[in-house]
Design a protein around this ligand. Structure first.
Ligand code: NDP
Length: 281
C-alpha cells in the first residue's frame, strides 16, 4: 500500500478550515525568513499559501541575510506581543551569525507552533499537552491511519535531530511502541531496521534504506527530502526495492511533506482556539 500523504493532508486541511470558520477572529501565523536560501523561500511561500487557503492570515517577514541577531529577536518579541498573531514560525536554518537556540527560546511557548521551544520539548517528553513539531506529528497521523493501535509494536527511527528524530521517538513511545533511535554511530543498521514493524527514516541520504533491510509488512515512513542528480526529489528509502516488502510506504514527494504543512495549520488553529478560549488544553 502506498500511503497517500497528499490526500491525508487535504483532509486535515479541510478539517482545519472548517474549525477556522467557527472562530470569531481568523488565526494569524507570523512567518519569519532571514536570508535568501531558495529552499527556505519555497517552504515559506507554500506555508503562507496554505494559511490563506485555510482562512488564516499569514504575516510574512522577510529580513536580509545580514540582519543582526538583536533585530531578529526584537521582531520575535514584537510578534509575541501582537494579539493578531497566534503562531510564530522562524524558518530554519538561520544564517551562521545568529544563535538559533536563542531565537527558538525567545518565541513565546504559547505561540510556538513549530514545537521547538524547550518548554514544548519538555512537555512532549513529559507526556503533557504542548505544541508538537509538525513533521513527526504528521508522520504519526499517517502511521496511525495504517496501523491503528500501535501498542507493543517495534519502531525504529533513523535520525536523532531535534526537529524530526527525537520528537518522533517521543511520540511513538507515547503510543507504547518499543522505540529504537538509530543514528550515524549505530552498529549494523540494517539488522536494527529489520526488527521494526514501523520504520521512520529521517536522515537526508538518498535511497539509503533498501528493501532487504525491511521486515516484510513493515510500515515505512520516509521523511527524507533529497535532490537527485537528475534534479528529482528522492527520499531516504529506496522506494523501488522497498515497495514490494513494506506493508505500507510513503512516497517522496507526496508523503510526509504535505502532512508537515497541514500540521502547521493544525497547530496554529489549536493556538488560536486556546487564545480565544474555545479549547483549554
Ligand atoms: P539532520 O541532518 O539534522 O539529522 C540527520 C540524522 O541522520 C542525524 O541524527 C544523523 O546522525 C543521522 N544520520 C546521518 N547519516 C547516517 C547514517 N549513515 N546512518 C544512520 N543515521 C545517519 O536532518 P533532519 O532531521 O533535519 O532531516 C532529515 C531529513 O528529513 C532531511 O532529508 C530533511 O530534508 C528531511 N526533512 C523533511 C521534512 C518534511 O517535511 N518532509 C521536514 C524536515 C526534514 P548523527 O546525529 O549521529 O549525526
Amino acid at each position: 500500500m502506498i500511503i497517500d500523504g497528499k490526500a491525508a493532508a487535504a483532509t486535515l486541511r479541510a478539517e482545519v478550515a472548517a474549525e477556522v470558520a467557527k472562530l470569531a477572529r481568523a488565526p494569524g501565523l507570523g512567518v519569519v525568513l532571514v536570508g535568501e536560501d531558495p529552499a527556505s523561500a519555497v517552504y515559506v511561500r507554500s506555508k503562507n499559501k496554505a494559511c490563506r487557503e485555510a482562512g488564516m492570515l499569514g504575516f510574512e517577514h522577510k529580513l536580509p541575510a545580514g540582519t543582526p541577531e538583536a533585530d531578529l529577536l526584537a521582531l520575535v518579541r514584537q510578534l509575541n506581543d501582537d494579539d493578531s498573531v497566534d503562531g510564530i514560525l522562524v524558518q530554519l536554518p538561520l544564517p551562521a551569525h545568529i544563535d538559533t537556540n536563542k531565537v527558538i527560546a525567545t518565541v513565546s511557548p504559547h505561540k510556538d507552533v513549530d514545537g521547538f521551544h524547550p518548554e514544548n520539548v519538555g512537555r512532549l517528553a513529559s507526556g503533557l499537552h504542548g505544541f508538537v513539531p509538525c513533521t513527526p506529528m504528521g508522520c504519526l497521523m499517517l502511521i496511525k491511519a495504517v496501523r491503528g493501535d500501535l501498542a507493543g509494536l517495534d519502531a525504529v527511527v533513523i535520525g536523532r535531530s531535534n526537529i524530526v528524530g527525537k520528537p518522533m521517538a517521543q511520540l511513538l513511545l507515547g503510543e507504547s511502541c518499543t522505540v529504537t533511535v538509530a543514528h550515524s554511530r549505530t552498529r549494523d543498521l540494517p539488522a536494527v531496521v529489520r526488527r521494526a514493524d514501523i520504520v521512520v527514516a529521517a536522515v537526508g541520504r538518498p535511497n539509503m534504506v533498501t528493501g532487504d533491510w525491511l521486515k516484510p509488512g513493515a510500515t515505512v515512513i520516509d521523511v527524507g527530502i533529497n535532490r537527485g542528480a537528475d534534479g528529482k526529489l528522492v527520499g531516504d528509502v529506496d522506494f523501488a526495492s522497498a515497495e514490494g516488502i513494506a506493508g505500507a510506504i510513503t512516497p517522496v514527494p507526496g508523503g510526509v511533506g504535505p502532512m508537515t504543512i497541514a500540521c502547521l495549520l493544525k497547530n496554529t488553529l489549536t493556538s488560536a482556539q486556546r487564545r480565544q478560549g474555545v479549547q483549554r488544553k
